[in-house]
Design a protein around this ligand. Structure first.
Ligand code: GLA
Length: 366
């Protein structure tokens, strides 16, 4: 039996950071970096990875065959368990996993792993799931594997991506549409070298804080709450200042998502100028109101702007990880190089740049 090959990309979020924790809109693009699974059907799950190190040996429904699943095998186990709960027949998978995605850079290497193995497990068992149903199962797997209460952004972006486009996704209704990127617009991602791990970051705390704010507005749809209402509740002492700031970020960020989608669709020079401002406002809001930026990310964003990026901001789960800068294709490499050399080892960590293109979402490639 010849092996089948599956591919799932990482993602970069153009804007709409942390809004998926309050059913808001996001605007990610799938990357040309990702996870590949080459495998055949088998009785149990036996996946190795030369690059990532280690091996996942599990029953077809995700129980470890010996000891406990560790490292990346935890994600594979959790995906198999979630799919079994949805009725996937117990067919195993034997093969190899490889990845071109840096780990800890905030580009969703874990979501890409979940989606790639999820697709492979579904295919060998002739079990079909709609992309967004698989994204939801993969998201639940992330919770199950490492206890991170993430939103749907990463897994949905990996599945829904389309070459040359960003995906405008309403994480409340899961309705989505594509937003074409202007011809030649390139994604320059600079990893600050300060590795982030969702498990140990303040991500969960932020989610509790925004949850507290939403509870104070019980019965209201998050995106219908207005800023004056937040201010009034805070002034009355019915909402603590931290929760108020978190909610202010989520609401203003949702507005920025729609503005960015509109600007990208009509990329006149004036609109591209405004795009830079909106990214700057978004970065500032993550720094000030959501409090998930780092000095390294702030510095990289400042450098990217100074070196001529169309727009730049932090991207992903925060507390480390990467920035996204938008640049024209013929200037992208130069931008990446000049940011890296000016950053030096800013903060003591080695930064790395990736010049990427918005790419197609996950699927079987052979
Ligand atoms: C992480 C989470 C996503 C999202 C982003 C921030 O990547 O997994 O669900 O909340 O952070 O936008």
């Amino acid at each position: 039996m010849s092996a089948r090959v599956f591919w799932a990309p990482g993602r970069v979020n153009l804007i709409g950071e942390f809004t998926d924790l309050a059913a808001g809109p996001v605007l990610p693009a799938a990357l040309d970096l990702g996870v590949r699974v080459e495998a055949v059907a088998a009785d149990s799950i036996d996946l190795s990875s030369h690059e990532l190190g280690g091996r996942a040996r599990l029953t077809a429904d995700g129980n470890p065959l010996e000891g406990e699943a560790e490292g990346w095998a935890r994600y594979v186990a959790a995906v198999a368990t979630e799919l079994a709960l949805l009725g996937r027949p117990d067919v195993g998978l034997e093969g190899e996993i490889s990845s071109t995605l840096p780990i800890g850079a905030g580009l969703s290497s874990s979501a890409a792993l979940e989606v790639a193995t999820g697709l492979a497990l579904c295919a060998v068992a002739d079990f079909s799931l709609e992309p967004l149903a698989l994204a939801q199962a993969a998201r639940r797997a992330e919770h199950r594997a490492v206890g991170v209460p993430c939103g749907i952004l990463d897994q949905a972006a990996s599945l829904l991506g389309r070459a040359g486009n960003a995906v405008l996704l309403d994480t409340g209704s899961l309705a989505y549409e594509y937003v074409p990127l202007p011809e030649g617009m390139t994604l320059v991602i600079v990893d600050s070298g300060v590795s982030r791990r969702l498990e140990s970051s303040g991500y969960a705390t932020r989610q509790e804080e925004v949850g507290r704010a939403l509870t104070a507005f019980a019965g209201r749809k998050p995106l219908e709450i207005t800023r004056p209402e937040i201010d009034a509740k805070e002034a009355r002492g019915a909402l603590d200042p931290v929760a108020a700031r978190r909610l202010r970020h989520v609401l203003s960020e949702g507005e920025r998502v729609h503005e960015v989608a509109r600007l990208l669709r009509e990329p006149s020079p004036a609109n591209l100028g405004r795009l830079g401002e909106v990214f700057t406002e978004g970065h500032e809001s993550v720094r000030r109101d959501w409090e998930a930026s780092t000095p390294e990310l702030d510095y990289l964003v400042e450098l990217a702007r100074e070196k001529g990026a169309i727009a730049a901001r932090m991207t992903g789960g925060g507390f480390g990880g990467s920035i996204i800068a938008l640049a024209w294709a013929d200037q992208a490499d130069e931008l990446a190089d000049s940011v890296l050399s000016a950053y030096g080892n800013g903060g003591g960590a080695a930064a790395k740049a990736y010049v990427c293109h918005a790419s197609d979402g996950a699927g079987q490639i052979s």
